[in-house]
Ligand binder design. Structure first.
Ligand code: NAP
Length: 248
């Protein structure tokens, strides 16, 4: 397959990851799956094997547990010393209102959605630099393009992730390693179960296909679906003196 053949996935059981992995499975890719529910990991391993995947291994990890991250990284690299793909797709949507008064909840949101990912990327980067090839794809969000009253904690973690992957892309590019930043808009998954679904909502299979294509085409930053690039262009360019007075 053009692209990547041995892929480690953190957040493998996420709905968006699943829709992406199904496409790589069809190409015969091997996987090392990481998430926090062992039963789901087993079920997913079987599912991807039936769909044509090569070897499928897994490790349980929790983004709140630094040791489980290091163990997963160790397991991945001992199983696949020639790993050429890393896909990071886990996350939570913090309760914005609660985060405004509960510092522990806010810090937890940062640990799950940013600090742990930065830790995984930092631990895995060395492998890719030494190998001098490979692709790293990370799911950020359009929410990171501008902090908004209704979800600025989530927006901040995704903004940090976007900046981190931008710097990492510049650094790893010199070693022949590619880094993709993925910015989906609103997607109909368990994460948004409580939201009323409007026309701007996309189905996860559309996003999965977009991620698959972006990885194969070695895109740097991808908005999914494409129209979010223009929506966020407008939102980013509203002057601050007006922006602060509206409710978004
Ligand atoms: N849905 C959207 O509208 C949307 C938009 C833009 C970006 N995104 C991003 O897309 C990615 C995938 O989200 P999704 O929509 O596919 O949601 P999802 O189906 O709810 O998946 C979230 C995944 O994250 C895992 N997770 C949560 N807390 C964890 C922890 N402490 N340690 C390890 N794993 C943990 C979940 O595991 P459990 O099942 O065990 O909880 C689940 O596998 C996330 O980064 C999200 O921020 C989503």
């Amino acid at each position: 397959m053009a692209g990547i053949n041995k892929i480690a996935v953190f957040g493998a059981c996420s709905t968006i990851a699943y829709e992406t992995l199904k496409l790589f499975a069809k190409d015969g890719a091997a996987f090392y799956l990481c998430d926090r529910d062992e039963d789901e990991l087993k079920r997913l391993s079987g599912d991807l094997s039936v769909r044509g995947a090569g070897d499928v291994g897994y490790s349980v990890f929790n983004a709140l547990d630094e040791r489980s991250i290091s163990e997963a990284v160790e397991n991945i690299l001992s199983k696949h010393p020639d790993l050429d793909g890393l896909f990071i797709a886990y996350g939570t949507l913090p309760d914005q209102k609660r985060c405004e008064t509960d510092i522990r909840e806010m810090n937890k949101a940062f640990t799950i959605n940013f600090t742990s990912t930065a830790s995984i990327l930092t631990q895995m980067a060395d492998h890719f630099v030494k190998q001098k090839h490979g692709t790293i794809a990370v799911i950020s969000s359009v929410a990171g393009d501008r902090g908004r009253e209704s979800n600025y904690v989530y927006g901040s973690v995704k903004s940090a992730l976007t900046a981190f992957t931008s710097g990492l892309r510049q650094r790893l590019c010199k070693a022949g390693v590619h880094v993709l930043t993925i910015k989906p808009g609103m997607v109909d998954t368990p994460m948004t179960a409580d939201f009323k679904k409007g026309i701007l909502f996309s189905q996860p299979d559309v996003i999965g296909k977009g991620i698959y294509n972006a990885i194969l085409k070695k895109k740097n930053i991808v908005y999914l679906p494409w129209f979010w690039r223009w929506i966020m262009f407008i939102i980013r360019n509203i002057p601050e003196r007006i922006f602060k007075k509206i409710t978004l």
